[in-house]
Design a protein around this ligand. Sequence first.
Ligand SMILES: [Zn+2]
Length: 135
Amino acid sequence: MRRHCGKSPRQSAYFMRNAGIRHEAAGLATLLCVLGILKRDGGAATGALEQLRFGETFCEAYETFLSLNERPQISFEHACHLLRSLEKQNEICLDDCEGCGSPLVVLRYAQRPKVCEFCASTRPPARPGLSVGDC
Ligand SMILES: [Zn+2]
């Protein structure tokens, strides 16, 4: 079996594995943005104090994430990887949902979903002729 050059994208593909993980990844990315850890322009913390504060805030973000998800699939290690990957933006990056504007975690070089899991599930495509109501 031939190997591709560079790093395996498998780790980042983890965040695309199923709807639940995609939803969690988007929620976690939103938290990281809101708390100012994830800079969408790519700037990262540099000074020692900034790094320390960064670590604290990251833990805070992950704890908030845990409190929002009953049985989270994304572990702390995966959360770290998500943050690093979104900073580097070479495998996955953030996009905006066309429906509600919330951040979407997408694979950089794959076909991107236009809407988030929430919009996709609450606004299904209209399918006339399939209504079964009898009222
Ligand atoms: Zn949406």
